[in-house]
Design a protein around this ligand. Structure first.
Ligand code: GFB
Length: 315
């Protein structure tokens, strides 16, 4: 029998990774909706790689609802060059959280994966049934394998232990509290920073990675957060569920848009020695849309907000 409990505003709710891009957005959304017993731990306070510490945390804090937004994340370059970290840390973090959520009697848990779980050449848009139907994109296969294991953990604990653990697969995310480090960031924050710095120094060109021809779908973090809280409130099934925006753009088009928003007048140069990654990863989010959820923040408006966040934090 599954433990089905309503996600009420007085519920003790743990957001793992509450300082990151996704976790901080979930935290803000929960506060906005009146949730008043939020639990967060910084890395210094709780090392999620440490199984004993995680077990003790669940035993003393007794969270009832858990959002798993903690992960080792990064853009194409970080994924490609640090495979051991991406595989080991993600497996360890999610194993500790999911296993000890069961041991600690958590009523419901939402595990967050990524659209890179799908095969490199999956039909577009990619629906949930395309999982494990072909080889993965090599640059992020390590991260993808860990995230696929996370989905399976939730399904296994649901089947064998009766846990109400669900999973959602967001598309490429951006927004406040993003990582703007040029070596490890995703493309959107990297472009914001590159164009801003080029404008400030009157540079003639900005170099972007790859050919610019791959397409990506971008979802603003606050939209993702609303979807996550919505799923915690309304969705309980073994089937994981996609969270996307609904349309994608080429990296070239994205670069032009960011250049315009930031106000850089120079040229864009493409460094084809850098990897393109998967040619396209547009999610089919019709399962989620059918439940009544829709994104609210258009790409251009979202980039303006992301740029404001960058200016507030770094300029
Ligand atoms: O966002 P991104 O790093 O990761 O790169 P993925 C997306 C595309 O943007 C690639 C190009 O084709 C990059 O070559 N790009 C152009 C740049 N200029 C830049 C730049 O300055 N920085 C970066 N980072 N990219 C990640 C996965 O894949 O997506 C993760 O590695 C995760 O595992 C995440 O799934 C959502 O979209 O290719």
């Amino acid at each position: 029998m599954l433990r089905r409990m309503e996600f009420v505003q007085s519920a003790r709710t743990y957001v793992a990774g509450h300082r990151g891009l996704v976790g901080s957005a979930i935290w803000r959304e929960l506060q906005r909706q009146g949730y008043r017993q939020l639990i967060g731990r910084s890395h210094a306070e709780l090392d999620l790689l440490d199984a004993v510490a995680v077990e003790q945390f669940f035993a003393t804090e007794r969270p009832e609802f858990v959002f798993v937004a903690a992960a080792r994340v990064g853009g194409i370059q970080a994924n490609d060059t640090r495979p051991a970290e991406f595989l080991y840390e993600n497996l360890q973090i999610q194993n500790n959280l999911i296993h000890h959520a069961w041991r600690g009697g958590v009523k419901k848990l939402l595990f967050l994966g990524s659209s890179c779980i799908y095969p490199k050449h999956a039909p577009q848009p990619m629906n949930e049934d395309h999982l494990l139907t072909g080889p993965l994109e090599p640059t992020n296969q390590w991260y993808a394998v860990a995230k696929i294991a996370g989905i399976k953990m939730c399904q296994a604990y649901r089947r064998q232990r009766g846990c109400n653990f669900i999973s959602a697969m967001p598309t490429n995310m951006y927004g406040p509290n993003d990582n703007f480090d040029l070596q490890s960031s995703h493309v959107l924050p990297a472009l914001v920073r590159k164009f801003h710095e080029a404008k400030a120094s009157n540079a003639a060109t900005v170099t972007c990675w790859g050919t610019g021809t791959p397409k990506r779908e971008f979802l603003y973090a606050d939209d993702l957060a609303r979807a996550c809280v919505f799923l915690m409130q309304h969705y309980s099934a073994e089937q994981f569920i996609n969270i996307g925006f609904g349309s994608d753009v080429t990296i070239q088009a994205l670069a032009n848009l960011v250049r315009e928003i930031v106000g850089f007048q120079g040229e864009i140069v493409w460094d084809a020695s850098m990897p393109d990654g998967t040619p396209r990863k547009l999610l089919d989010s019709s399962r989620l849309f059918a439940l009544g959820w829709r994104p609210q923040v258009e790409l251009e408006a979202g980039i303006r907000l992301a740029y404001e966040d960058f200016l507030r934090r770094f300029a």
